[in-house]
Design a protein around this ligand. Structure first.
Ligand code: SF4
Length: 699
C-alpha cells in the first residue's frame, strides 16, 4: 500500500468523476499518480467511493492522446479508428500546424456562412475557468450563443424549473444538511451507485432515526435503508407527486404561514391538486392510496425535510413538470431556507454546476444572466472589451445536431464531450458529426466523437492541471496539478486561448487565476471567493458573505431571488411519456450509470480496477422475465427499439420491474443510445432517456 515515505509528492485535489466533489490526496512517484486517498473536504469528510479510490490510472493509459492529429485527406469518417493506432486515419502534427488548421477551418466557415454556422460543446469535466473561456470563445469569436454542454442531457429541466419558481438554478441546501433533517425524499436517483459518498450521509441519517422515503420505478440501493419505498410506474412522477400534495391539501398539513410569507400562486396550485386524490390516480402510479397518504403525512409532519432528485426526474419530456412538483412540495411544507430542509438536485458530473454557472449554456451568460437582457450584455461588453454577445438565445445540444443535419451548422469545436456516445438516438448524432465540414475535438482520448474529427487537440487530464470546480453543494474547490500531461498534451484553458487568438480575439491569460479574476467581475456568486482563499482553504461555498465566511450551506431563509422575494407554485398536469409500450415493443427501457463506470466509459473503462470489476456490456431484467424469454442469467438478449438494436448480456435483478429493462450507457459495443428516444422536454430541452418502448428477445 505504501506510506508517505514511498512517494515523491502528495498533492491535494478533487475527484474528477461525480458532482459530490470529494477531495483527494494524490500520491505521486516518478511522475505518475500511484495512489489516491480521501481527505477532509467539506463534501466527503475523508471518504471516497470505488471510482475516486481506484479510478485514477486512466491518466497513464497508453491510449492517451499525446500529440496533435490532423485527419488524412482520404480517411473516411465513422467509428473506424483504432485508439491504439490512429495513424491509419490521422497524421501527427505540430501544435502550430494543428491550431492553425483548427482555427482556419472554423474561421473559413464563419466568414463564408456567418458565425452561426459554427457551434461549440464545452465540458462539465473541465474547470470553471476552462468552461468560461470556452463559452467566451464561441460568443466572442462567432457572435452568437450556440454553445452548450452535457447539462442539457442531465439536469437542464431541473434548472429550468428552479429558475422559474425559485429564481436560482443551484441547490438550496448542501446534501450534508441531511444531518439536520427528520425526513428526506430521494426520488429518481440512485445515490448508492451515482453519488456514493453522498449516499453514506443518507445511510447515517437513517441510523439516527431519520425517515428516508425512496421513490423510483427501479428498486435502487437505498431501498434497504428506506422507511418507505415507492416503486411507482415509470413516467408516473407527476401524478404520484401531485397525489402526495393533494393529501397535504386535503388534510390541511401545509404550512400556511410560510406560504403566505414566501410564495405566490398557491390558490391555483391548490385547486389544481384537487383532481389528484391518491385513490383516483393509484392505477396510473401503481402505488396504493394508503401508502401515499402515509408518505404525505410523514413528510408534511416533519420539522425539517429535504428533497433529493436525480435524472429519473429530469430525463423525461415532463422533466420540468416533475421538478415543478418537487419544488411545490417543498414550498407548501415550508421546507426551504432552514436547517435540515431544502431542494437538492444531485448534480452528475464533477463540474456540471460550475460549467453552468460559468455560462456554458445557450441562453445564459455567466451566473445565469440572460443573453436577451441589454444590461447584462452591456456589462459583459465592458468586461470583454467588445459588444460581441448576441441578444438571441442559442441552440441546445440536440438542436445543434439537428441544425447540422439541416445544413445550418457546418463546423464544431467540441471540448471533452462525447456526443457520438452520449446523445439520444446516437446514430442521428453520429451522422451529424460525419456531415460536418470541419470538426475540432479536444480531449484526452480518441473518443468515439474524435473518430469524426478533422483536427484533434490532445488535452491534459484533470489531475494534470490546475483550476477550480464547483460541486453539487455549490462548493468551489481547487483542483491542483499533480503530474505533467503525457507527451505534448496541454491544459485545456491554454489550448482554448491559443485557438481564440488565432481567431483574432487578442486574449491575454497567463494562468487560470487570471481567468478566475475576470470571472469574478461578471459573477456575483463568486463575491468574497478569491484564488488565494481557495489555495489556503481548499473550498468555499457560494454565496460567501464576507472574506472570512466559508459560505452558506442553506439559502433563501429570507426570501427568494424573484420579483417580490417570493417563490412560485407552478401546477403540473400529467403528460404521458412520448413513446408507449405496445404489442410490438412491449417493455419499458430505462438507462443509467453503474457504480464502477462513468458516463461514456472513456475514463473508467481504461481504469484497470474498474474495468476488471465491470468488464462487459450488460442490462438487467427481472428473473421472471428472463425465465419467460428462456434466457439464463448471464446469457445474451437482443434489445430493439424503433431506432436500433443491440445485443448484450442480461443480468437477473429483482429490483427491475417485470415489464422493464435497465441499461447502463457506458459501453460502446452495445451503446444504450442507439435505442433511446430523442423526444425533448419543451422547457429544459432534455431528451427522454428514462423511457422508451423496447422489444426484448433471446439472442
Ligand atoms: Fe469521486 Fe463521486 Fe466517488 Fe466522491 S462519490 S469519490 S466525487 S465518484
Amino acid at each position: 500500500r505504501g506510506d508517505s515515505r514511498d512517494f515523491d509528492a502528495e498533492i491535494a485535489s478533487v475527484c474528477p468523476f461525480c458532482g459530490v466533489g470529494c477531495q483527494v490526496s494524490l500520491k505521486v512517484k516518478d511522475g505518475a499518480v500511484k495512489k489516491v486517498e480521501g481527505i477532509n473536504g467539506p463534501a466527503n469528510e475523508g471518504r471516497l467511493c470505488v471510482k475516486g479510490r481506484f479510478g485514477y490510472d486512466y491518466i497513464h493509459h497508453p491510449h492517451r492522446l499525446t500529440t496533435p492529429l490532423i485527419r488524412r485527406a482520404d480517411a473516411p469518417k465513422g467509428l473506424n479508428v483504432d485508439p491504439s493506432d490512429p495513424s491509419t486515419h490521422f497524421r501527427e502534427a505540430t501544435w502550430e500546424e494543428a491550431l492553425d488548421a483548427a482555427a482556419q477551418g472554423l474561421a473559413r466557415l464563419r466568414d463564408a456562412h456567418g458565425g452561426q454556422s459554427v457551434a461549440g460543446f464545452g465540458s462539465a469535466k473541465c474547470s470553471n475557468e476552462e468552461a468560461y473561456l470556452f463559452q467566451k470563445l464561441i460568443r466572442q469569436g462567432f457572435g452568437h450563443n450556440n454553445v452548450d454542454h452535457c447539462t442539457r442531457l442531465c439536469h437542464a429541466s431541473s434548472v429550468a424549473a428552479l429558475m422559474e419558481n425559485v429564481g436560482s438554478g443551484a441547490v438550496t441546501a448542501t446534501f450534508n444538511e441531511i444531518e439536520n433533517a427528520d425526513v428526506a425524499i430521494v426520488i429518481g436517483a440512485n445515490p448508492v451507485e451515482n453519488h456514493p459518498v453522498a449516499a453514506t450521509f443518507f445511510k447515517q441519517f437513517t441510523r439516527r432515526g431519520g425517515k428516508l422515503i425512496v421513490m423510483d420505478p427501479r428498486g435502487v440501493g437505498l431501498r434497504r435503508y428506506a422507511s418507505h419505498m415507492l416503486q411507482f410506474r415509470p413516467g408516473a412522477d407527476v401524478p404520484l407527486l401531485n397525489s402526495i400534495m393533494s393529501v397535504i391539501v386535503e388534510e390541511g398539513l401545509y404550512d400556511q404561514a410560510y406560504i403566505d410569507r414566501f410564495t405566490e400562486n398557491w390558490e391555483h396550485e391548490k385547486q389544481h391538486l384537487a383532481g389528484f386524490a391518491p385513490e383516483a390516480v393509484a392505477d396510473l402510479t401503481g402505488i396504493d392510496a394508503a401508502t401515499v397518504r402515509e408518505v404525505a403525512r410523514v413528510f408534511a409532519g416533519a420539522q425539517a425535510g429535504m428533497i433529493f432528485w436525480g435524472m429519473g426526474i429530469s430525463q423525461h419530456i415532463h422533466g420540468t413538470d416533475n421538478s415543478r412538483c418537487l419544488i411545490s412540495l417543498a414550498l407548501m411544507t415550508g421546507n426551504v431556507g432552514k436547517p435540515g430542509a431544502g431542494l437538492h438536485p444531485l448534480r452528475g458530473q464533477n463540474n456540471v454546476q460550475g460549467a453552468s454557472d460559468a455560462g456554458l449554456i445557450p441562453m445564459f451568460l455567466p451566473d445565469y444572466q440572460s443573453v436577451t437582457d441589454d444590461g447584462v450584455r452591456s456589462a459583459f461588453a465592458g468586461i470583454w472589451g467588445d459588444d460581441a454577445v448576441s441578444p438571441e438565445k442559442g441552440l441546445t445540444v440536440t438542436e445543434i445536431l439537428d441544425a447540422v443535419h439541416a445544413g445550418a451548422i457546418r463546423g464544431m469545436y467540441i471540448l471533452g464531450e462525447n456526443p457520438a456516445m452520449s446523445d439520444p438516438d446516437v446514430e442521428h448524432a453520429r451522422a451529424a458529426l460525419a456531415g460536418l465540414d470541419h470538426l475540432v475535438v479536444q480531449d484526452i482520448f480518441l473518443t468515439e466523437t474524435a473518430n469524426y474529427a478533422d483536427v484533434i487537440l490532445p488535452a491534459a487530464a484533470f489531475y494534470e492541471k490546475t483550476g477550480t470546480v464547483t460541486n453539487t453543494n455549490r462548493q468551489v474547490q481547487l483542483g491542483r496539478r499533480a503530474v505533467a500531461p503525457p507527451g505534448d498534451a496541454r491544459e485545456d484553458w491554454a489550448i482554448t486561448v491559443d485557438l481564440a487568438n488565432r481567431l483574432g480575439l487578442g486574449w491575454h491569460y497567463a494562468h487560470p487565476r487570471d481567468v478566475f479574476a475576470e470571472m469574478k467581475q461578471g459573477m456575483k456568486s463568486l463575491d468574497n471567493i478569491t484564488w488565494d482563499r481557495l489555495e489556503q482553504e481548499g473550498a468555499v461555498t457560494y454565496p460567501s458573505l464576507s472574506p472570512e465566511d466559508p459560505g452558506q450551506p442553506i439559502v433563501f431563509a429570507e426570501g427568494f431571488p424573484r420579483a417580490g422575494g417570493r417563490a412560485r407554485f407552478t401546477p403540473a398536469s400529467v403528460i404521458p411519456p412520448d413513446e408507449q409500450p405496445d404489442a410490438e415493443y412491449p417493455f419499458v427501457l430505462t438507462t443509467g450509470r453503474q457504480l464502477e463506470h462513468w458516463h461514456t466509459g472513456s475514463m473508467t473503462r481504461r481504469s484497470r480496477v474498474l474495468d476488471a470489476v465491470e468488464p462487459q456490456a450488460n442490462c438487467s431484467l427481472h428473473p421472471a422475465t428472463l425465465r419467460k424469454l428462456g434466457v439464463a442469467p448471464g446469457g445474451d438478449v437482443v434489445l430493439e427499439t424503433r431506432r436500433g438494436r443491440i445485443t448484450l448480456m442480461a443480468r437477473s435483478d429483482r429490483a427491475v420491474a417485470p415489464d422493464m429493462v435497465f441499461l447502463p450507457f457506458a459501453y460502446v459495443e452495445a451503446a444504450a443510445n442507439i435505442l433511446t428516444n430523442p423526444a425533448l422536454d419543451p422547457y429544459g430541452k432534455i431528451p427522454e432517456f428514462k423511457f422508451a418502448a423496447v422489444r426484448v428477445s433471446a439472442a
